[in-house]
Design a protein around this ligand. Structure first.
Ligand code: UDP
Length: 353
């Protein structure tokens, strides 16, 4: 009997790749997404890869009545909760929007999981909870530092909400996955990242520059205390990250204890500098990228990369794909956006919304 997994935010970047990985592992997937930062045509991309169209409910995770309907219709055995706002800068300008959306949706979900006896939860957390760690690679025992932004704070508070609920005896088994920097796309180029407007993140900015959409990339900061002076991050292929969610769910389903809470780093264990990413992109794709050095971006930590041993021991997961592969896949996806007419589909969807 296939187990049904509810994926909130399942049409977003990490969500859609995780849906593919879940279907490939034999799970039945139900998606809830309000299309606030995603598009319904992503469903076609998922079906093009797996041959399976997931059931899709368009709506908001904060809307209790809507979510109640989903829980009453579907026999859900586990939830992967991606749906959240994620733009750091916007969260500084609009903190209430971020606190409301990211916290209320989790609370509604936990209450409904309790009401419907759904025991398994995988939560999208972030390495931002560590701030600039004192020791690298950072492991899960590192202290949680005061968040740099309301966005980062929502991730910390959400982890605490889950921890406290479990401590209070709520019968839920939950894992928070602390992601490092997801990049790349599915190698088929049927799904990938769909940033609306000017991208905040490095790799979409690189691919859009390579495609001629942006005149040049700005590398923020060249005087950091790192070998080449640019920041260091742990860039992880989005399909590796997607597969970590499947392993996390498998793990939870194997546990006999009625309730547990734990948190795990999901990174490659390797740090690459921003300049290295730019040069690797140029090399693997045979493209010269126009770039300049610009002042540091406020709020950036100098360097962070994961110690990923806990994920290996606990979940039997480790990243398998290289930076080269991720940057090749990211570029194939950028090209597909044009070749497959996805940009036009985005424009049409935005015009209709
Ligand atoms: N970055 C950059 N130029 C850009 C976007 C990002 O130099 O146009 C740098 C950014 O300063 C950081 C790294 O790339 O050092 C990763 O940034 P991103 O926003 O992708 O992820 P973050 O680590 O902030 O979550």
């Amino acid at each position: 009997m296939q187990k049904t997994i509810l994926v909130t935010g399942g049409l977003g970047f990490i969500g859609s790749h995780t849906v593919v990985a879940l279907q490939e592992a034999g799970y039945e997937v139900v998606i809830v997404d309000n299309l606030s930062n995603s598009f319904a045509f992503v469903l076609d991309g998922i079906r093009a890869i797996t041959g399976i169209l997931p059931r899709f409910y368009e709506g908001d995770c904060n809307d209790r009545d809507f979510m109640q309907q989903v829980f009453s219709k579907e026999k859900v055995e586990g939830v992967i909760h991606f749906a959240a706002y994620k733009a750091v800068g916007e969260s500084v300008a609009h903190p209430l929007k971020y606190y409301h959306n990211n916290l209320v949706s989790l609370i509604v979900l936990l209450e409904l999981m309790q009401q419907y006896g759904v025991a398994n939860l995988v939560f999208s957390s972030s390495c931002t909870v560590y701030g600039q760690p004192e020791h690298l690679p950072v492991d899960e025992s590192a202290p949680i530092l005061p968040a740099q932004s309301p966005y980062g704070n929502t991730k910390q508070v959400c982890e605490e909400i889950i921890r406290d609920s479990v401590q209070a005896g709520m019968p839920v088994k939950a894992l928070a996955l602390r992601y490092f920097n997801p990049i790349g796309a599915h190698p088929s180029a049927h799904i990938g990242e769909l940033p609306i407007g000017v991208p905040n993140n490095l790799v979409p900015y690189i691919t859009q520059t390579a495609a001629g959409i942006r005149p040049e990339l700005s590398i923020f900061g060249k005087d950091y205390n790192t070998p080449d002076g640019t920041c260091i991050r742990d860039f992880i292929h989005v399909m590796d990250l997607a597969e970590a969610h499947v392993k996390a769910l498998d793990y939870l389903l194997r546990q006999d204890a009625p309730s547990l809470y734990d948190y795990v780093n999901i990174g490659t264990g390797k740090g690459h500098s921003v300049l290295e990413v730019v040069q690797t992109f140029e090399q693997v794709n045979g493209i010269k990228l126009p770039y300049k050095f610009a002042p540091r971006r406020p709020g950036d930590v100098e360097q962070i990369y994961a110690k990923a041993d806990k994920a290996k021991q606990m979940l039997g997961w480790q990243a398998r794909r290289s930076l080269d592969e991720a940057l090749r896949d990211a570029w194939q996806w950028q090209k597909a956006l044009k070749e497959k007419g996805i940009l036009e589909k985005m424009q049409k969807a935005e015009a209709n919304s």
